[in-house]
Design a protein around this ligand. Structure first.
Ligand code: ADP
Length: 137
């Protein structure tokens, strides 16, 4: 069993796609083992997006991700890290295939509904970043 970190982004709230997105995860058989609503400040976003913090779009991304509280979720399942990335689809929603979460609900490169850890190493670091002991069950 693997556990991965999901963030339901502000555009998922704006488009009322929170329930539909969680339903996709449940239909895939994944278990929610942690879940809370939090605000992401600039420091947390710089840490989480350190690999792109020097990109010209980062200030806009930070503004978007900090525009309202988000939901962070710990999701568990067999081979979940790769399987969730397939379910979510590629970064650019406009190019994401129909049937993927980003393809069906997202708008563009930035507004793509959901974050999902991209490797076992990222999942471990990201779960620690957003959850403390006792918050993942
Ligand atoms: P992913 O979320 O698919 O793993 P990245 O780690 O490359 O993608 O980027 C993190 C987030 O930054 C994306 O989910 C998206 O919201 C935003 N982003 C990435 N590339 C761009 C871009 N070229 N323009 C605007 N926003 C972007």
């Amino acid at each position: 069993m693997e556990t991965t970190l999901i963030i339901l982004k502000p555009d998922a709230f704006a488009g009322q796609k929170i329930g539909a997105t969680i339903t996709r995860f449940e239909q895939a058989g994944f278990q929610i083992v942690g879940c809370k609503m939090i605000s992401l400040d600039e420091a947390k976003l710089k840490e989480h997006y350190s690999h792109i913090a020097d990109k010209p779009f980062f200030p806009e991304l930070a503004g978007f991700m900090g525009s309202r509280p988000v939901i962070v979720m710990a999701l568990r399942g067999q081979g979940i890290i790769d399987r969730v990335r397939l379910l979510v689809g590629p970064t650019n929603s406009a190019e994401a295939p129909a049937g993927t979460i980003r393809g069906d609900f997202g708008a563009d490169k930035m507004h793509n509904i959901v974050h999902a850890s991209d490797s076992a190493e990222s999942a471990e670091a990201e779960l620690k970043r957003f959850f403390v002991d006792g918050e993942i069950f």
